[in-house]
Write a protein that binds this ligand. Structure first.
Ligand SMILES: NC(=O)c1ccc[n+]([C@@H]2O[C@H](COP(=O)([O-])OP(=O)(O)OC[C@H]3O[C@@H](n4cnc5c(N)ncnc54)[C@H](OP(=O)(O)O)[C@@H]3O)[C@@H](O)[C@H]2O)c1
Length: 320
């Protein structure tokens, strides 16, 4: 890490929106790739980046759904990408590289949460494979197009990373699958990925960040039975949000990733985990307190180890 995990006093906060953090920032001429940029936080991210003048490529697992969701937004193009399928990742990256364009912002936003045990590719656990390995392969394959001297790569993690570090002896959950711990491992991997990518990219001026967007009701909760959301105190029996003061709107939820991707306040920094549009503090020792970043998620040694493992599993490493 080049930057300590401490707030910088950005002046933004939990209620800031993506449009707020982009006020006065002109992204004309910039190109962004936003995975999953057609649903929930990704859709708001795409909307705000294009509003500020950027062109946004949205690679989608369901391109027809993406086109419909993005209809009417100027400056967007869609393509096909299934992060759980490395051939699909390769094909998308090759199409992008063949277009001859450079990319200024990559937001690894797509994700799945707390799904029943699911296997993809060669039997990999779906949350680790989709949320981490797919994005790892994507960024490494896109590396020749990632603009040196200013590009940023942003990993959308979660406070869910508190649920688990990397299970080094069983990353694919061959034993004792737990949907929340598996999500936790995948989200820890998102943070470690940014730590190591920042180390590798720093010399060429490419910086990486990770973040927790906040709690926002989106289609991400598709795998959670209503009873579980009621039990967790998120919604009532009729599906109404119980604590709007805790949950964010999608516009607020997209703000931290947009801030990390564009803010001049972060120039010269990288490898840090952010929340509420600022750099996050280290997580308090009290396990009940779900904010801040866990030490294991920003440990440079674990970050290097995860990079090595990911290179081995995916067969891709732009820095080898
Ligand atoms: N919402 C929250 O409270 C919250 C909290 C913490 C972190 N996050 C993180 O924020 C990010 C965005 O979540 P969200 O709430 O906006 O959820 P969302 O609305 O469900 O969006 C997730 C996106 O990821 C895409 N996706 C899923 N599997 C994919 C695959 N195999 N290949 C390509 N794309 C895939 C989905 O595409 P399809 O619709 O086609 O499946 C969708 O576009 C996630 O990384 C999530 O972990 C969210």
């Amino acid at each position: 890490m080049t930057t300590a995990q401490h707030k910088i006093g950005s002046g933004f906060g939990a209620r800031s929106t993506a449009d707020d953090v982009l006020e006065g920032i002109d992204l004309s001429g910039k190109l962004a790739i936003v995975t999953g940029g057609y649903s929930g936080l990704g859709l708001e991210t795409t909307r705000s980046l294009t509003k500020a003048g950027a062109r946004v490529v949205v690679p989608a697992r369901r391109p027809a759904v993406a086109r419909e969701a993005l209809d009417g937004i100027e400056g967007v193009e869609t393509d096909e990408l299934d992060l759980g399928d490395l051939e699909s990742v390769r094909a998308f990256a090759e199409r992008f590289l063949a277009s001859g364009r450079d990319v200024d912002i990559v937001i690894n936003n797509a994700g799945v949460m707390a799904c029943p045990e699911t296997r993809v590719g060669p039997g990999w656990e779906a949350q680790f494979a989709t949320n981490h390995l797919g994005h790892y392969a994507l960024v490494n394959r896109l590396w020749p197009a990632i603009e040196p001297g200013g590009a940023r790569v942003v990993s959308v993690s979660s406070t869910g990373h508190h649920a688990s570090g990397i299970r080094w002896d069983d990353v694919h959950w061959r034993h004792g699958y737990d949907k929340w711990e598996a999500y936790g491992q995948a989200k820890t991997a998102n943070v470690l990925f940014a730590v190591h990518l920042d180390k590798l990219g720093r010399e060429s001026g490419v910086r990486a960040f990770s973040l927790h967007p906040g709690g926002i009701l989106t289609p991400l909760q598709r795998h959670l039975p209503k009873e579980e959301m009621v039990e967790r105190g998120w919604i009532d029996e009729n599906g109404n949000l119980l604590h709007p003061e805790i949950f964010k709107t999608p516009e607020q939820g997209a703000a931290t990733q947009v801030w990390a991707a564009t803010s001049p306040q972060l120039v010269g920094m990288g490898g840090v985990y952010c929340e509420d549009c600022d750099i996050a503090e280290p997580a308090p020792a009290d396990e009940e307190m779900r904010f801040g970043v866990k030490d294991y998620a920003v440990d440079p040694e674990q970050a290097a180890r995860l990079w090595e493992l990911s290179a081995e599993l995916t067969g891709v490493d732009a820095f080898a």
